[in-house]
Design a protein around this ligand. Structure first.
Ligand code: MV4
Length: 492
């Protein structure tokens, strides 16, 4: 492979092309009319416009993208995440065109795309699972039988589900029938598949996922875990590696279970196996994501492995270059997703122009992003504009660096999740590692942020400049020190 097409946009397209470039591989971008000036388009050796802004008319046009690849002589297609990355038909079509899909086979994607299929495959390898079922629920009679075993509360889950869609919690038998109907309707509407199954509800779990990797010759490794519990409405906001709650024994057991999940569907390339972890550190397989994930960077930082390079090597049919024993956790990494969302307004997506955009730098900081200063954030795509990742020798050092980098990051023109991140990583529960998937709903209120927003800082600074001299003591509505004021004034 000496030329690959990247079927994606933004930060991940750029990130993939960077690794390809280091490997001496030519890169091809495909882009929508909205993205003509994006850094990933400029970075690519060749770029082709494939249609108007909406993804349905551009980034989701598999056949058109394959035509571009054939036209320009690319031998492989990297799908990134989202868009066509977990589309089994696309993987198949790429292969049928004589190209290499840099990702798993259609069969692996299909097996893991169905939660029931995934549970059945994993069950053959004795992977721990939440008490419940792994067959499509037949009727209310069967549901009552299952509920006798699992007890309440229980969860109805859609087999085709994702992002919490088609998932209903049931607290008592009287609600069971109605909730099954609701879950089935939601699943049918969202996925055109109304199969559902039942699990006991784990009330305050941690969400911990294992990065796995396989070659095309049956060799597998796990690249340890990522703690992803800090999420809101199934959108992760902060991810870290390693998790502060696992012991080496549980880490190994989870890693080996995750590799078994990969084995169960003849997986190759990079994949992620998601687990719920309860208070007793019992872990349960949830599902497998058959793609490179947004948060893969934290794994790269603690292992020193470039996952995209390994994906390309595996896709070429090369044998894994390392064994499990070669892999060690080095230090700690934390990622904050920088989303164009307003944390003061229910995390509503914010669009507009990046009037000021200055990245932090310095020891242990990695910024993977997709835009430059002066650009508009289009409304058509995911609001994530980039990721800020901090590495430290210890978790505390990673946290200190992340906070320093958040302070250094200058973004004006749109609201972002930066202030939320600054707040979150200083919470006692976060610092202690004592949090679960309910962290945000449990602790976060917009009022808690207002004391560090730019607008108020600016107001306070102007207020001080105008009347400060008349006062012996500067009024202190905010806990900013004088160097904060100066810094904030300079950005304006
Ligand atoms: C669960 C659960 C509790 N018990 N399953 C949410 C989406 C999905 N893929 C699985 N999800 C959950 N499954 C049982 N048996 C709680 C969740 C869940 C969750 C899981 C991971 C990360 C965030 C979450 C937020 C709410 C619910």
């Amino acid at each position: 492979m000496n030329k690959i097409l990247v079927a994606n946009r933004g930060e991940i397209a750029l990130r993939i092309m960077r690794s390809a470039k280091e490997m001496g591989i030519q890169t091809v971008a495909v882009y929508s009319e909205a993205d003509a000036n994006m850094p990933f388009v400029k970075f690519a050796d060749e770029a082709y416009c494939i249609g108007p802004a909406p993804s349905s008319q551009s980034y989701l046009l598999g056949t058109k993208i394959i035509e571009v690849a054939l036209h320009c002589g690319a031998q492989g297609i990297h799908p990134g995440y989202g868009f066509l990355s977990e589309n089994a038909a696309f993987s198949k079509e790429v292969s049928a065109a004589g190209l290499i899909f840099i990702g798993p086979t259609a069969s692996s994607i299909e097996t893991m795309g169905s939660k029931i299929g995934a549970k059945q495959a994993a069950a053959k390898f004795n992977v721990p699972m939440v008490p419940g079922t792994d067959t499509p629920l037949k009727d209310i009679v069967e549901a009552r039988e299952i509920a006798k075993r699992t007890g309440y509360p229980l969860l109805i889950k859609a087999s085709a589900g994702g992002g919490g869609k088609g998932m209903r919690i049931v607290h008592k038998e009287e609600e069971l029938e109605e909730q099954i109907q609701m879950a089935k309707n939601e699943a049918l509407n969202s996925f055109k598949d109304d199969s559902v199954f039942i699990e006991k509800y784990v009330s305050s779990p941690k969400h911990i996922e294992i990065q796995v990797f396989g070659d095309k010759h049956g060799n597998y490794v796990y690249l340890f875990e990522r703690e992803c519990s800090i999420q809101r409405r199934h959108q992760k906001l902060i991810e870290e590696a390693p998790s502060s709650c696992l012991t080496p024994e549980i880490r190994k057991a989870m890693g080996e279970s995750a590799v078994n999940v990969a084995r169960s569907c003849d997986y190759h390339g990079a994949g992620t196996v998601e687990f719920l972890v309860d208070n007793n550190l019992d872990f349960y397989f949830l599902e497998m994501n058959t793609r490179l994930q947004v948060e893969h960077c934290v794994t790269e930082m603690i292992t020193g492995i470039d996952l995209v390079k390994e994906q390309i090597n595996a896709a070429r049919g090369e044998t894994l270059r390392f064994t499990q024993d070669d892999l060690k956790i080095n230090g700690h990494a934390i990622e904050l997703r920088i989303c164009a969302e307003d944390p003061l307004n229910n995390f509503l997506p914010d669009t507009g122009k990046l009037e000021v955009y200055r990245r932090p730098q310095g020891p242990g900081i990695r910024v993977d992003d997709g835009y430059e200063e002066g650009m508009e954030i289009p409304i058509y795509y995911d609001p994530m504009i980039g990721k800020l990742v901090a590495w430290g020798a210890t978790r505390n050092e990673a946290i200190d660096r992340l906070e320093r980098a958040i302070d250094e990051f200058r973004i004006n023109g749109i609201e972002t999740t930066l202030p939320f991140g600054k707040w979150a990583i200083r919470q006692e529960a976060f610092l202690k590692g004592d949090f679960d998937t309910h962290f945000i709903e449990k602790y976060y209120k917009p009022e808690l942020l207002s004391e560090c927003t730019d607008e108020e800082a600016e107001f306070a600074a102007m207020f001080a400049v105008q009347i400060g001299k008349k006062l012996t003591e500067v009024p202190k509505p905010l806990n900013l020190n004088s160097s904060d004021w100066k810094q904030r004034l300079r950005t304006r």
